[in-house]
Design a binder for this molecule. Structure first.
Ligand code: GLN
Length: 262
């Protein structure tokens, strides 16, 4: 194992990992830490539970998915911290918000029961769950990321909420297989600066090493300036193989975008 170089470290904030973490989303943290270790970069992780205060600074923020019930538990508190989270995003901190976390990083989420949950507002996006009786968006996803160098991303989605991006948001990726944000417009997730929202579980980072590296580079740049991104050592054949295998499965089993009919 490489020893962390001269105290270099990124500061990672993991929001509500004990509440928001369906479909192995905590694997995202494990992948980030493993990737840092390979590069000899430290990873200081602060896990925030309900009622905990946020630290003063962060280079990378993670939040996973959760069902409506879990989202209801944290939405008010999270929205109350919106000013600091938006400030971090504006200053270029990297962020990854998955599924239920992505929905709450938008403007608002109306649950299947009709409750209006406030969002953090990092993404210009609103999410509405059409309610009981409506088909959920479930299955393997393959999408082409709109971030240079990231290429195709693969994962698994399971959500009732349909997300619609406003004029100030752009999609994270374009759906090739699967539903994405709403099954209609081909958009998957959202981008705002170095913040990424996505419906991809899986967990997403272990099988998308290019995305993991993109987030780590953004976090390093945030902490150490432009040269920081150079600190990352790239070479992880196992993760590359996991990506290729998962992508092949999605092509085989995923629902071709053109076949989505509500
Ligand atoms: N509760 C949300 C929905 O069903 C998010 C689900 C999830 O995070 N998997 O739309």
């Amino acid at each position: 194992m490489t020893v962390a170089r001269a105290g270099l470290a990124i500061r990672v904030v993991s929001l509500y990992p004990d509440v928001m973490g369906v479909y192995a989303d905590r694997g995202n943290m494990i992948a980030l830490v493993a990737r840092c270790l390979r590069s000899g970069i430290g990873c200081q992780v602060t896990a925030i539970g309900i009622g905990d205060r946020l630290p003063a600074e962060a280079d990378l923020v993670l939040i996973g998915g959760g069902q409506d019930r879990e989202q209801r538990r944290i939405a008010g508190e999270l929205a109350g911290r919106g000013a600091l989270l938006r400030e971090w995003a504006e200053q270029g901190a990297a962020m990854l918000a998955v599924c239920g976390g992505f929905q709450l990083f938008g403007r608002s989420y109306r649950t299947a029961a009709g409750d209006e949950l406030p969002g953090v507002g990092i993404f210009d996006a609103v999410t509405v769950a059409p309610g009981p009786g409506w088909q959920r968006c479930i299955g393997d996803v393959l999408a082409r990321a709109e971030i240079e160098g990231v290429g195709e991303v693969v994962g698994f989605e399971n959500h009732g909420g349909r997300t619609y991006l406003g004029p100030r948001a752009r999609p994270f990726a374009q759906v090739l297989y699967g539903y994405g944000n709403n099954g209609d417009d081909g958009a998957e997730g959202a981008l705002a600066g170095a913040a990424i929202g996505t419906y991809l579980h899986g967990s997403v980072l272990p099988k998308n090493p290019a995305l993991t590296d993109h987030l780590l580079r953004a976090a390093l740049r945030h902490r150490y300036g432009d040269g920081g991104a150079e600190l990352l050592a790239l070479d992880d054949p196992y993760a590359e193989r996991a990506h290729r295998a998962a992508a092949a499965v999605a092509r085989q089993r995923g629902r071709a975008r053109a076949a989505v009919r509500w």
